[in-house]
Write a protein that binds this ligand. Structure first.
Ligand code: ADP
Ligand code: MG
Length: 718
């Protein structure tokens, strides 16, 4: 089949050395940047494009407005500065004028830039001594390429690869592929319905477009392919899970859930009611539930969790809730016990036909006889609901009949741990418990479809009424000259007046990622200095990650019972801690935290009816400005998640969510909402007609080829 169209696998098998002009040395340089096969080369897409007919001229430049200009280099000069630093300047220009470029601390520019070269320069022009100048602009060397639109490839100074060399090799690869053509594995019905162009044409066009519109069409097609591969794995896994697991068809006719809801001291929010309904529908089905509940801090996820577990209990099964820390597990235990205080469970063996519902705690701190009791009664069904930590998934923990599993703050748990807890349900009847995964880290909808594409998603997008919004203020500790700013003093004055009014405050210490020890030292120092200084009149407690669970517990109890007015803490308080009387949150070195984390921390206040305040203290007036500004502007977790995605890019999102998709080179979780949906629908269509992709061999091969091994393992686990 020598003339069959080339597949991606064929291209992956062709060594890059088969390309004209790639000798041993270039081959090594290319390997350094991860390009080893012709496929790697063809999927190294241009970073940008320069449209020769459409770029600005030097004469059009406006001071202070970032612009791209195409210019020729007239001269390059290196200017020595003091302290062995250097500056490289270049004079560039076109028919309409000249511009000078200044590069600080980039001595290599002297070698890179050559007289008469054509370059694309992107930067902000300023006027200096009467002349236009750009400082440290982005420079792309275009070389002597002709054609209207010039692709600019990621260049590697280190590997000494230039964009025009890469363009030349890509050209050679495409020319040689032309006779056989590159095949298209996408069923043409789907391709035509979505009006996507063919793959071969897309590959040609993305590298050498005739117009920017064409390029966009090509990008759309290739981005769709990337998204489809991810969705095929996720949808495939979802369907396999549904096929291979038998769930419990929970009896929905009992009254426990409703009695619980009726007994709550507040009415459910509309969102809680809706999500409980969504969960109930899942619970009634024979297929096990696998649902993600996203709900901002304070949106009332616990009530939903308890409602779900009660359905299990009603039918004689058990519920388990796993939290990531002991503090949280204990807090949940206390809270849930309170919520369930008067609830009875049907029991035929009992004279009264019912008995008290039993909730137990299982953490590393439950030991000795108590632990043995809990374990025994979990195994014989005497315990209805168990709240715990990782301790729940250890050997020796057995359930009589685990019906509903709730996993709180899921980003703290790996998939293995999720699977382990679910596995505890595989008793004699080989049923899989229903799983509800809860997270307080909202992620945008499109991202959720990709990152959690194998789960159903519910959203609690409504806070219980009566919360007064948190007012957030940005505070700069030092001004530009390093002097302490008055803003900090004003902040402590306001904190003191809240404390005088009987309220409480958190002070969050800087996070020091590099060292636990340093972080604790910093916290101790801050604790000392506040106790002696700003907050000398008050009881100030300290909480950090190196304390024993017992110590932490004591501190939290003292704070909860108002023996402490102030709690100085490291980020251990990030998750779930609930003290409604705490109304002030001071976050020191806020610039060291990410948006999601700041949002979580801030969520510790604003839980009662008194107006709460949050101060974000920055060391440096120039770092973290956008992040802090976003927090000042909004308390909406979903909005903040969007901003976060915008500021950090999606790579970080994928890795924190522990689900990578390194294949996403062109697709954007931010911008490609329509494509993501289309890919997901196409994946369902393909998988439902052909679950093992027997009749879509080439698609299956591509999934295997392009998703990194770890990801696939991850994706195909569960
Ligand atoms: P989270 O979603 O952050 O886990 P919780 O479940 O801890 O939120 O709920 C936060 C607080 O709001 C708790 O004190 C809880 O009792 C209260 N709460 C939950 N639902 C409602 C509601 N519908 N109306 C009023 N308060 C509620
Ligand atoms: Mg919670």
């Amino acid at each position: 089949m020598a003339d069959a169209p080339l597949t991606l696998r064929d291209l992956a098998r062709l060594d890059i050395a088969t390309i004209k002009g790639v000798g041993d040395k270039r081959r090594e340089s290319l390997a350094d940047v991860g390009i080893e096969s012709v496929l790697d080369l063809l999927t190294t897409y241009p970073r940008r494009y320069v449209d020769r007919t459409n770029e600005a001229h030097v004469g059009d430049l406006v001071e202070g407005v970032e612009t791209l200009v195409l210019v020729t280099i007239r001269s390059v000069r290196r200017v020595p500065l003091r302290n062995r630093r250097s500056m490289v300047t270049a004079l560039v220009g076109d028919a309409t004028g000249t511009l000078s470029l200044t590069f600080f601390n980039q001595p290599w520019r002297e070698r890179q830039l050559k007289t008469d070269q054509e370059v694309a320069v992107f930067g902000k022009p300023e006027r200096f001594r009467g002349k236009l100048q750009m400082t440290n602009p982005v420079v792309d060397i275009i070389g002597d390429k002709t054609g209207r639109i010039v692709p600019i490839y990621p260049q590697s100074e280190k590997a000494n690869l230039s964009t025009w060399e890469i363009a030349g090799w890509v050209r050679n690869a495409l020319d040689r592929a032309a006779p056989r053509t590159i095949g298209d594995p996408l069923p043409s019905v789907i391709r035509e319905r979505l009006t996507l162009i063919e793959r071969h044409s897309a590959l040609n066009t993305i590298h050498f477009p005739e117009s920017i519109v064409d390029k966009e069409r090509a990008r759309e097609r290739l981005a769709f392919d990337e998204l489809l591969r991810v969705q095929l794995v996720l949808v495939g896994r979802k369907r396999a899970f549904e096929r291979d697991n038998t769930g419990i068809r929970h009896d929905m006719t009992g009254e426990m859930q409703q009695r619980f809801i009726d007994a709550l001291p507040f009415p459910l929010t509309g969102a809680q009611r809706r999500v409980i309904d969504e969960v109930n529908v899942d619970l009634a089905k024979a297929v096990p539930m696998h649902r993600l509940l996203q709900g901002d801090v304070g949106s009332g996820k616990t009530v939903v969790a308890v409602a779900a577990m009660l359905v299990a209990v009603q039918g004689g099964h058990q519920g388990a809730l796993m939290a990531p820390t002991e503090v949280l597990a204990e807090q949940h235990y206390a809270g849930i016990q309170r919520l369930l205080a008067d609830l009875k469970v049907p029991d035929d063996g009992n004279l009264f036909g019912e008995r008290q519902l039993r909730v137990e705690l299982l953490t590393g701190r439950v030991t000795g006889e108590r632990r043995r009791d809990v374990l025994t009664d979990l195994a014989n069904g005497g315990v209805d609901i168990v709240i715990g930590t990782h301790a729940l998934i250890q050997e020796g923990v057995e359930f009589s009949s685990l019906g509903v599993v709730v996993i709180d703050e899921q980003h703290r748990f790996g998939v293995e741990q999720r699977a382990a807890l679910r596995g505890k349900g595989a008793g004699e009847r080989h049923t899989t418990p229903d799983v509800l995964v809860m997270t307080a880290t909202p992620i945008p909808r499109t991202a959720a479809m990709t990152v959690y594409g194998d789960l159903e998603v519910s959203v609690l997008n409504e806070l219980p009424p009566g919360r007064t919004p948190i007012v957030t203020t940005a505070v700069v500790q030092h001004d530009a000259s390093g002097e302490s700013s008055g803003e900090v003093d004003a902040m402590w004055r306001e904190v003191r007046s809240a404390l005088d009014a009987g309220q409480q405050a958190y002070v969050v210490c800087p996070m020091i990622e590099e060292s636990d020890k340093l972080e604790v030292a910093a916290a101790e120092e801050i604790h000392e200095s506040l106790r002696k200084g700003e907050l000398a009149k008050y009881e100030v407690g300290l909480l950090h990650g190196r304390m024993s669970s017992q110590e932490k517990d004591d501190v939290m109890t003292k704070f909860r019972t108002r023996k402490f007015d102030v709690l100085v803490a490291t980020t251990v308080i990030e998750v779930g801690v609930d003290v409604p009387n705490a109304t002030c949150m001071v976050i020191l070195d806020a610039d060291r935290f990410g948006i999601a984390q700041l949002h979580q921390l801030r969520g510790r206040v604003g839980r009662g009816s008194i107006a709460s305040r949050c101060w974000l203290v920055r060391q440096n007036p120039h770092v973290g400005v956008e992040r802090v500004a976003a927090l000042v502007k909004s308390t909406d977790g979903f909005y903040l998640a969007e901003v976060d995605l915008e500021l950090r890019g999606e790579g970080t999102l994928m890795s924190t969510a522990q689900k990578g998709a390194s294949d996403l080179k062109l697709a954007s979780l931010r911008r490609d909402e329509k494509l993501i949906k289309a890919a997901r629908e196409a994946a369902f269509e393909i998988i439902d007609a052909d679950p093992t992709l027997k009749r879509h061999r080439e698609l299956a091969t591509e999934v295997n080829l392009l998703l990194a091994r770890e990801e696939k393992e991850f994706l195909t686990k569960d």
